[in-house]
Design a protein around this ligand. Sequence first.
Ligand code: ZN
Length: 327
Amino acid sequence: MSQHLLLSRAAKTLTLAQVMRMSNEEAETMFARIRWHKTNGQPVCPICGGTAVYNVRRPNGPPRWRCKGCNKEFTTTSGTLFAWHKLPVQVYLSAIAVAMNEVKGKNALALSRDLGTSYKATWVLLHKIREALGSEVKGIQVGGEGKTVETDGAYFGGHVRPANLKENRIDRRTAMNQSGKRKVVVVARERDGRTVSHVFKTERESVAWLTSRIAKGTKVVADEAASWNDLHSRFQVDRIDHQKAYSLDGISSNQAESFFSRLRRGEQGHYHHVAGPYLAAYARESSWREDNRRVSNGDQAQHAIKLAFASAPSPDFCGYYQRHKIS
Ligand SMILES: [Zn+2]
């Protein structure tokens, strides 16, 4: 049997040990090289694009420049998702290395213990990385002429605990007795292509979104649920009845299922409470991991940093704790 990719040398191009051995300066240089790869790490002003700069680094501070063109000061992270960072850049690099090495995702509490950072700072940092990964598939369409896209939904959250005594137990299947917090993640996954996902109250509500995210001419595979009937007016849809088989005559939604099994394992093993306001972000992270599972962790980390640099400062997570007054 051939060796699993994750066990091979090729998959281990960025290790935490490697990052830990880097001096802060080396980490800063690596960051700068990835951000300004076109100028081989030479700083480019994020405001006006000028390359003529003064070095205005303060003693013991991170590298800092002032643009000769517009006179604004900036660092390696200005104007990006990691803007206004308070942690050394090495911490960001370590967090990315660890987050990429945990194939099903990393939980913030465990990472804060690994890095010796506060839980709050780590939680925000992981959400920023998640946001960077998610930005790659923002608004893209999957499928196209001659391509196949599998779609499916799975419910998360809103668990109602059964009462201890049998006589107190209620029928948890009825709408009246549910918590109302249950949400469905719907995925559209192109075979050998990208994966997009979103969160809805019901599967049926997702049809308009699916129609906008799946390109015309795509062959769609869905299960027997009535929620998908409306897709027939727009696409050629093959249905697979999971009561009878998971794969029949080449029709299956196994790739969509595999996305959910990863998200489910992430929920159970790492994040515990993925449901709630951040479910869509976890789902997008899971899609990204699924699409990049054959890419070495070093390349994944570089890619994640590039995405973070290409993303503007996070409206959701920059200064999150200051705004929400959580101490
Ligand atoms: Zn400038």
